[in-house]
Design a protein around this ligand. Structure first.
Ligand SMILES: [Zn+2]
Length: 343
């Protein structure tokens, strides 16, 4: 989950909380030097035509409602639940079929998307996308916890992004949420492409600002023999092909939810490639056992806690709140817990 209480920005900023971020984000959208969506929608209503798309009675009603909600501040910084409620309200009014039909956006839907200017604000100019990503400073894809999603600084001081913004609610289906702060998830290209324009629902699909997937699901490694009874020699001789990695729900009630996530982003398929890491973790668990840890902690007086010592031994974050800082943190924490390295 992306914490909604605190973050550590990459750039110097006065933004300290998500409430600050919401205020800063609204300002950033205004300051990018483009006409704001409300200005474009107003022009569309008065001229009757935008990007060659003429309004009829139905589509005029859609634009009027969206313009009103934009002015009320409903479309830029609504949190996930409020966005889902907005979609439900618009669907009831029949907006969805006017915007998206079959498996693609209608000409009206495409014009609406252009009016919100996601491409110009986040792609062509890139400034606002990088600005947002630099503040959030989420270094790892929140969907897979496997790939880096970083903003990188060049020597000349400029930056570029090694990530893509996934629209949790597809921009083709819901163009009015295409520049909504909590609809823009910095993610890896692979997860972004896998999800594509799929129809998603907040109660069925993992939204990194809304749910804490790591608390309800875990990686589990099945070793060919009981890890607690294995000697170092036996562990070293294990074949990685005999190790089985699964991603499973912690309680039965979320079984379907976890399966949907797993299937959508190929989580298990991807992590099955990490049997070598699961093997190394087992060897480390035996090598750096409780005796080693206790001895190190008592002699050196360098490590404030066992967890910090283990972080160095295992080479990853072992704190749930920091799993978006390093790839495979979630996997490492779960396997370390399974091997009773951490409790
Ligand atoms: Zn990913």
């Amino acid at each position: 989950m992306i914490s909604l209480t605190e973050f550590t920005p990459l750039i110097q900023t006065n933004i300290k909380t998500f409430s600050d971020l919401e205020t800063g984000y609204k300002k950033a959208i205004r300051d990018v030097g483009l006409v704001t969506p409300d200005g474009i929608l107003s022009d569309w209503l008065s001229s009757g035509s935008l990007y060659g798309v003429r309004l009829n009675r139905n589509t005029r009603g859609v634009v009027q409602k969206i313009l009103l909600d934009y002015k009320r501040g409903y479309l830029l910084t609504r949190r996930p639940k409020a966005m889902a409620a907005l979609i439900a309200r618009y669907d009831k009014l029949g907006f969805n079929t006017l915007i998206h039909s079959g498996d693609k956006a209608t000409p009206f839907g495409r014009a609406l998307l252009k009016a919100f200017g996601y491409e110009d604000r986040f792609r062509s100019i890139e400034k606002k996308g990088l600005w947002l990503a630099s503040i959030l400073n989420i270094k790892v894809c929140p969907y897979c916890n496997s790939q880096y999603t970083m903003v990188v600084r060049k020597r000349d001081g400029s930056s570029f992004g090694k990530f893509q913004f996934d629209h949790f609610f597809s921009k083709d289906r819901y163009p009015y949420l295409s520049i909504s702060l909590y609809n823009l998830i910095p993610s890896c290209a692979s997860c972004n492409h896998k999800k594509s324009n799929d129809q998603v629902y907040l109660n069925r699909h993992f939204h990194p600002y809304h749910d804490d997937l790591s608390s309800i699901a875990e990686f589990h490694v099945k070793y060919p023999a009981d890890p607690s009874k294995m000697s170092l020699q036996q562990a070293m001789k294990l074949k990685v092909e005999d190790i089985v990695i699964t991603f499973r729900p912690r309680v039965r009630e979320v079984k379907q939810y976890v399966k949907v996530h797993c299937d959508l982003y190929d989580i298990e398929l991807m992590y099955k490639r990490h049997t070598d890491i699961a093997h190394e973790l087992l060897v480390k668990a035996i090598l750096y056992n409780q005796h080693y840890q206790t001895a190190t902690l008592s002699i050196s007086n360098l490590f404030p806690s066992r967890k910090v010592l283990l972080q160095y031994i295992l080479g990853n974050n072992l704190v749930n709140e920091k799993i978006n800082q390093r790839p495979l943190s979630k996997f490492t924490i779960d396997v370390a817990r399974q091997l009773r390295l951490i409790r």
